[in-house]
Design a protein around this ligand. Structure first.
Ligand code: SF4
Ligand code: SF4
Length: 293
């Protein structure tokens, strides 16, 4: 089984829509596919696919400090020791759960062994079926941290699902950014597909995510979405890719049909198969099929 992860370095460039369209075309052509939605802050791949959750399981991927007030002598050392200002109070320590990073320093400085750091539920994993595609999607609880650990769990569950269903491909819709969740999504991938668009800020994001991918020695290629939006910026991106030995796998033109299909909760490749964006994504899908070989 191959693993391809789709990343963008930022949100809003059409990563999830492209993931869903590729998944649709690949399964239509007989590829057995499992999808992982690792954008745990804003999971929406199932919405783009128009699918509902089959089942959900809670996930414990975060640690928080808890004070046993029966043991606490109110020395207030933990308030000074917490680097995240997550313990407040003048006469009694109060932990602010949202900002506690679970580092355990408060437990180390406590003279009364009154603080313990325990694992807590911080999100859930949702299992979705969309036609022949199984989707494993992580969802971080509101205000929760440890998204990287949650992504790690989503990838593990998705690999298990892919293995059980005999998938040829695990296609991962990656999180935005270049931090911990992206690194967790990238681990073990055979190929990274980097989505960008022709704007200076998108190029900057592309450069940063390309550097992360290079650090993992994972082969990568780029897709330019809304490629005809600005000729000058598109050429700048093309030149940068060439200078950095990153192949341009496909260019998708700006297409109002794409937006119309999205507004109706459907895929343009299904609703408008001959629209310019659909034709470009079909070409890209052949390139992705080639990567599987
Ligand atoms: S575990 Fe760390 S972050 Fe949380 S309250 Fe204790 S010292 Fe602060
Ligand atoms: S360090 Fe321990 S004893 Fe002191 S205030 Fe904090 S929890 Fe209470």
């Amino acid at each position: 089984m191959k693993e391809i992860v789709i990343l963008s370095g930022k949100g809003g460039v059409g990563k999830s829509s492209l993931t869903a369209a590729l998944a649709h075309l690949l399964t239509e052509q007989g590829t057995r596919l499992t999808l992982a939605d690792t954008d745990v802050d804003a999971p929406n791949l199932h919405i783009v696919l128009g699918a509902e959750f089959d089942r959900s399981t809670p996930v414990t991927a975060s640690d928080k400090a808890i004070i046993d007030y029966d043991k606490c002598s109110r020395c207030m050392r933990c308030v000074d020791a917490c680097a995240f200002d997550s313990i407040i109070g003048d006469t009694e320590p109060i932990i602010i759960n949202y900002s506690c990073e679970g580092c355990g320093v408060c437990s180390l400085v406590c003279p009364d062994e009154a603080v313990s750091v325990t694992p807590v539920e911080n999100g859930q994993i949702n299992f979705v079926t969309s036609g022949a595609v199984r989707v494993v999607a992580g969802a971080l609880g509101i205000g929760e941290s440890s998204s990287g650990r949650l992504v790690d769990i989503v990838k593990r569950e998705a690999r298990q699902e892919a293995s059980l269903s005999g998938s040829d491909l695990l296609l991962t819709d990656g999180p935005p950014g270049i931090g911990c969740p992206v690194i967790a999504a990238l681990k073990g991938a055979d190929y990274a597909l980097l989505v960008s668009e022709p704007t200076p800020s998108a190029l900057s994001d592309l450069q940063r995510i390309a550097e992360v991918v290079r650090g993992f020695n994972i082969p990568a290629g780029a897709v330019l979405n809304r490629s005809d939006m600005d000729t000058k910026s598109a050429n700048t991106t093309r030149n940068w890719l060439e200078q950095n030995d990153l192949p341009m796998l496909g260019e998708i033109p700006y297409d109002p049909y794409l937006a119309q299909a999205l507004a109706r909760g459907d895929l343009a490749v299904k609703m408008y198969p001959d629209a310019p964006s659909s034709l470009a994504i079909k070409e890209l899908h052949k390139v992705v099929e080639g990567l599987l070989d």
